[in-house]
Design a protein around this ligand. Structure first.
Ligand SMILES: Cc1ncc(COP(=O)(O)O)c(C=O)c1O
Ligand SMILES: Nc1c(O)cccc1C(=O)C[C@H](N)C(=O)O
Length: 400
């Protein structure tokens, strides 16, 4: 088939897929221009509801109500309330997620908390060898503080690395570089069989695919909200502590916001019950309420529908790349099996840094990851099949 015929066939296919896409209407709920935005796995696009909400929070809630807003505008309870909004997206019942702090800080709370839950005689922390670096750094420090050692293990090798000394295992649900989706149900169950505590980092899966935290008995989980949840730059992260562990969860950062009686101003620490035990200090209200507005877009969306579209988008991108880009010029390092794929496609390419720079200059925004990865994230709420076809076509024009 000639290149031109192939191109028009894929363009027609893209138009058909867009016409049949039940999520296509959501794109208007985001502020987007004619750029193809495939970097929502780093920073999600701006939901149209956010600017007005932030304006109200600043001008009315802060400007007019001032201190009264802690009660009257629901500021004080925002961490748990917004946690409950995230909960269904990651398969958690209400009352187990608290929003606040960065992912890194929550990794620290979760890993130290996990080691403390694991109890005596367990002094090894296994960490995903392919992890996003911050998790590894934090785990190292958590280990030093708790008298543990850290061992880096590739997720698929975790079952054979587990033993009677394993206290906690920190894993990424989706690999930030390759887009590989790890098998959360079976790894969690192997960790439990060994008597250890499972901590999952959901940064690259929450809002892109079903996680099933409760269903799979995950112990602790953390995630950011600025990627597929579109909370905005630096929006607060979250911590999940499974309900039956909450009474034993011993936070290494027991700030006054997690006290059972914060305004009692007591010198003795007594932890609150439930999700608020994961709080630390005063919540970052402006970012948090921007996130709350951003989450409204999920009101009528099921995460299963999002997953179906996500897989269709990444499949279609791989098809378009295969059709347009000369063979051997780029190589996908993202698994082709749906069961192993998150919501991104990573293409290895020798001159990836320069190619991404030129792609961005031509209106296709992905990102470059060391050493040679072109990374494209597909946010089903606002990316369409026409975007996908255009991205592959522009890429082919650059590398062909
Ligand atoms: C898997 C993963 N964990 C953690 C982080 C970052 O943590 P923080 O929100 O503390 O910057 C990222 C991305 O920045 C990430 O991809
Ligand atoms: N959090 C980020 C930031 O503050 C600046 C630039 C990028 C980020 C990211 O989130 C990177 C992202 N976690 C990644 O997967 O590479």
């Amino acid at each position: 088939m000639s290149e031109l015929t192939e191109r028009s066939e894929l363009s027609i296919k893209a138009a058909e897929l867009d016409a049949a896409d039940e999520l296509a209407k959501l794109r208007s709920q985001f502020v987007l221009d004619d750029v193809v935005y495939l970097d929502g796995n780093s920073l999600g696009a701006l939901p149209a509801a956010v600017p007005g909400r932030v304006e109200d929070v600043v001008r009315r809630q802060w400007g007019e109500l001032r201190i009264r807003s802690w009660d009257e505008s629901g500021w004080w309870t925002a961490p748990e309330r917004i946690g409950d909004r995230i909960a269904p997206l990651v398969g958690a019942a209400a009352g187990q997620i608290v929003v606040g702090d960065s992912t890194s800080v929550n990794v620290f709370k979760a890993v130290v908390g996990a080691v403390r839950l694991a109890g005596e005689g367990r002094d090894e922390i296994l960490v995903d060898a392919t992890t996003f670096p911050t998790d590894g750094y934090i785990a190292q420090s958590a280990a030093r503080m708790t008298g543990c050692t850290v061992r880096a293990v590739t997720p698929r090798d975790v079952p054979s690395a587990l033993g009677p000394r394993t206290a906690a295992v920190l894993l990424n649900h989706v690999d930030y570089r390759t887009g590989r989706l790890h098998d959360l149900p079976s790894l969690t169950s192997a960790i439990h069989e060994a008597g250890a505590v499972a901590v999952w980092d959901l940064c690259h899966s929450a809002g892109a695919l079903p996680v099933g935290l409760d269903e799979h008995g995950v112990d602790l989980a953390v995630g950011c909200t600025y990627k597929y949840l579109n909370g905005g730059p630096g929006s607060p992260a979250y911590l999940y502590v499974r309900r039956d562990l909450q009474d034993r969860f011993d936070s290494p950062l027991p700030g006054w916001n997690s006290h059972v009686d914060p305004f009692g101003m007591r010198s003795e620490y007594e932890p609150a019950g439930g999700a608020p035990r994961g709080r630390v200090g005063t919540p970052d209200i402006l970012s948090m309420l921007a996130l709350e507005a951003a989450l409204e877009v999920w009101e009528e969306v099921s995460i299963e529908t999002v997953r179906t579209k996500s897989l269709a988008l990444t499949d279609f991108f791989l098809d378009c790349v295969a059709a347009y880009v000369p063979e051997g010029r780029v190589e996908s390092v993202t698994p082709s099996a749906h069961a192993d794929r998150g919501s991104q496609v990573a293409l290895r390419c020798d001159d990836a840094r320069e190619v991404m720079r030129r792609l961005i200059a031509q209106g296709v925004v992905g990102d470059f990851r060391e050493p040679d990865i072109l990374r494209f994230g597909f946010t089903p709420l606002y990316v369409g099949f026409g975007d996908v076809e255009r991205a592959a076509r522009v890429l082919a024009g650059l590398v062909g």
